[in-house]
Design a protein around this ligand. Structure first.
Ligand SMILES: [Zn+2]
Length: 69
């Protein structure tokens, strides 16, 4: 849960709010775009982290495979 600024009146409200308690504007679209913006950053950095984890996880197996021929 995070605090966001209302696009209409600038009041600080929770992103869980359906509508702004200050001006009553619907927060549906704004909340979705906020969620998308937050979801994008981990997605952008995850592929590199995922490949790094895979490389570290499989490195011993590859090393053993090369060692045992
Ligand atoms: Zn508002």
């Amino acid at each position: 849960m995070a605090l966001i600024d209302c696009t209409n009146c600038g009041r600080r409200i929770t992103d869980q709010a359906v509508s702004c308690p200050g001006c009553g504007v619907a927060m549906d679209r704004f909340g979705k775009s906020g969620l998308e913006a937050r979801a994008e950053s981990p997605v952008q950095s995850n592929p590199f982290g995922l490949w790094l984890v895979l490389a570290v996880a499989f490195a011993p197996f590859v090393f053993l495979w090369l060692l045992l021929g």
